[in-house]
Design a protein around this ligand. Sequence first.
Ligand SMILES: C[S@@+](CC[C@H](N)C(=O)[O-])C[C@H]1O[C@@H](n2cnc3c(N)ncnc32)[C@H](O)[C@@H]1O
Length: 210
Amino acid sequence: MHESRQSETHAKSGRGGDLARFFGTWLRHPIKMGAVAPSSARYCATMVGAATTQIDGPILELGPGLGVVTRALLNAGVAPERITSIEYDAEFARTLRERFPAINVIQGDGFDLDATLGDGGATKFAAILFAIPIVNMEQSERQALFSRYFRRLRPGGNLTQLSYLWKPPVKSVAGVFDVSSTPIVWDNIPPARVWIYSQAQAYHNAGAVH
Ligand SMILES: C[S@@+](CC[C@H](N)C(=O)[O-])C[C@H]1O[C@@H](n2cnc3c(N)ncnc32)[C@H](O)[C@@H]1O
């Protein structure tokens, strides 16, 4: 059996059930959800393809929802033991634990990693895959948040973001990270790019993430 199948159980509903559940949660918490439907398989695979999962070390997923990106990570051959997924919604987190028993699912706030991981900032990740809505945050707050995430990345590690905005949701921060994107993935609802935040050369050279 393929590794991703071994590490995933078939708990609960299929895609139709997930769509209904996702949409129902969006109706109650539109700002926290940020999207009416789970990301398409192609969009998730694009994100995983852009993430620096080839670097040794743990992978951090923020805002996994019902696990479409988690599944794409497993399908790409990432070992489940490497993945930590932080989801705010308690029901979603419970489903994720049922579906992906070998993954470290934490129910908590992905904006406050020090509190949620409780590791004093010690864990450094090979890649961070980010899908939490940040539309209600000022640009300066977004830049500060992503700069904090960069302190959690290993040398060469990147942060990838799912967002249907057509301009970079978070602008580059000089000396910390630069932003680029993939082409638009048209089969997502709505069509969207994956935004890629890479360590600025100066930051990398300074060894700030060691
Ligand atoms: C746009 S959905 C993305 C779900 C999934 N990754 C996908 O691509 O379909 C955003 C997810 O982020 C979660 N979320 C919102 N605020 C959060 C927070 N502060 N920490 C962790 N997860 C959060 C929501 O509950 C929701 O599951």
